[in-house]
Design a protein around this ligand. Structure first.
Ligand SMILES: [Zn+2]
Length: 171
């Protein structure tokens, strides 16, 4: 991130300043709360273009939403922080306690009540503890042992990031 800032604006001789913003992930109708996304903004009048770090662009908004929804509450529940520190650093997530609590409520409430979960939970043996979501989900995917399992987990929850499913989950 610091490197991107030093390079300056890609479109003019302007300098880049930090300008975090909040944005809904693609395909998501409503989001319990949106974390601030790291961003840089050109300081030149008439340009003012945003420069988003490549790590965020690479992930894509949909995956980003999944990462936020799963990892942040799971970390707060005790997922080994060193396993996800790299991802968290790449996204430069800024999450306060209130946001965290809302996410937890979302998992414990709307998520466990959803048609998606009612259908999907049967696939887990032994059954997952709903009170420990999303940490129990992370552990079930053996995410602490293998980081590539995160992608499998994100694929699993991908149905809930479609607009239709999300409407049921959040509205
Ligand atoms: Zn510029």
């Amino acid at each position: 991130m610091a490197v991107a800032r030093l390079k300056g604006c890609a479109h003019c001789p302007g300098k880049l300043h930090r300008a975090d913003y909040q944005r809904k992930p693609r395909g998501v109708e409503s989001w319990p709360d949106q974390p601030k996304r790291f961003s840089l903004c050109c300081d030149q009048e008439g340009c003012r273009r945003r420069h988003t770090p490549p790590s965020v662009r690479f992930l894509g908004r949909r995956v980003y939403g999944g990462v936020v929804a799963v990892l942040i509450p799971a970390m707060a529940q005790g997922l080994k922080p060193e396993r996800v520190a790299q991802i968290r650093e790449a996204l430069d997530l800024q999450i306060d306690r209130r946001t965290l609590e809302r996410w937890r409520q979302w998992w414990l409430g709307r998520f466990v009540q959803s048609a998606f979960w009612k259908e999907a939970r049967g696939r887990f043996m032994p059954p997952l503890c709903p009170q420990a979501l999303p940490l129990s989900l992370c552990l079930s995917f053996a995410m602490e042992e293998r980081r590539d399992r995160l992608l499998e987990l994100l694929e699993f929850i991908a149905p809930i990031t479609t607009p239709e499913a999300w409407r049921e989950l959040v509205m």
